[in-house]
Design a protein around this ligand. Structure first.
Ligand SMILES: [Zn+2]
Length: 230
């Protein structure tokens, strides 16, 4: 049980620290205006046009850091502050999401794997939520069976976080190179500030992977320890 508590608070602290870092980097560099004067939406539109992507639409949405690319509907969704914003942070985030649209067009393999795994990952996240709760009621699921199900589900979640890493790092690399190449973000301080925001955002995905790996190993350990006892 103590190991479980260490795991719980350790992963909570890790993801908390990572999201704190991205928020502070974003808050700081959303005050730094890019000298190009372009908005996030304009930059995203330019990148899509440069890559001959005509079937992706760009939309503003409410909320803070709610930006994402939706491959199912081919929508590039930017939070209002990044859609209208002209800061280096806004341009970085917009270019990163456009990077996902380029991956989609080029059928970038890790993105395809990630899209294919969305369904089963949804089921796995339901399992890891419900099995411990049902298990607490006692006797409803045989203990060793519950541990085995948890190990498999945690393994699926861990693999999903693992394939997310190349997808996110690649989108950020594309964003940096296109922003520098088109002059949307000036070299020097502007580029460094934009990089800090995107690098902090990438670290949150590393934190999510490390957490899922820790949980997977924990259940794997319990599974093998349990089967040795029998
Ligand atoms: Zn991304």
């Amino acid at each position: 049980m103590t190991l479980m508590l260490i795991l719980f608070f350790g992963t909570l602290a890790l993801s908390g620290l990572a999201s704190l870092r991205v928020r502070s980097a974003y808050n700081r560099y959303s005050q730094v205006r890019a000298s190009s004067g372009l908005t996030g939406a304009e930059v995203a539109a330019r990148i899509l046009a440069l890559n001959n992507i005509r079937d992706v639409t760009i939309h503003p949405t409410e909320g803070h850091l709610t930006d994402h690319y939706d491959p199912a509907h081919r929508r590039l969704v930017l939070s209002e502050e990044n859609y209208h914003g002209t800061s280096v942070a806004a341009l970085g985030v917009a270019a990163h999401e456009a990077g996902h649209a380029i991956q989609h067009k080029q059928l970038y393999a890790p993105l395809k794997w990630r899209m294919a795994a969305v369904g089963i990952t949804g089921i796995a996240s339901q399992i890891v939520m419900w099995v411990p709760l049902i298990g607490m009621m006692g006797g409803l699921i045989p203990h060793q069976f519950a541990i085995t199900i948890m190990t498999v589900a945690m393994g699926i979640l861990m693999l999903f976080q693992l394939v997310t890493l190349p997808v996110e790092f690649d989108a950020t690399a594309r964003a940096k190179s296109v922003l520098a190449g088109t002059g949307a973000v000036a070299p020097g301080t502007e580029f460094q500030a934009m990089s800090k925001v995107l690098d902090a955002a990438a670290l949150t995905y590393v934190a999510a992977f490390v957490s899922s790996l820790a949980y997977f190993l924990y259940y794997l350990l319990r599974m093998t320890a349990g089967s040795r006892e029998e």
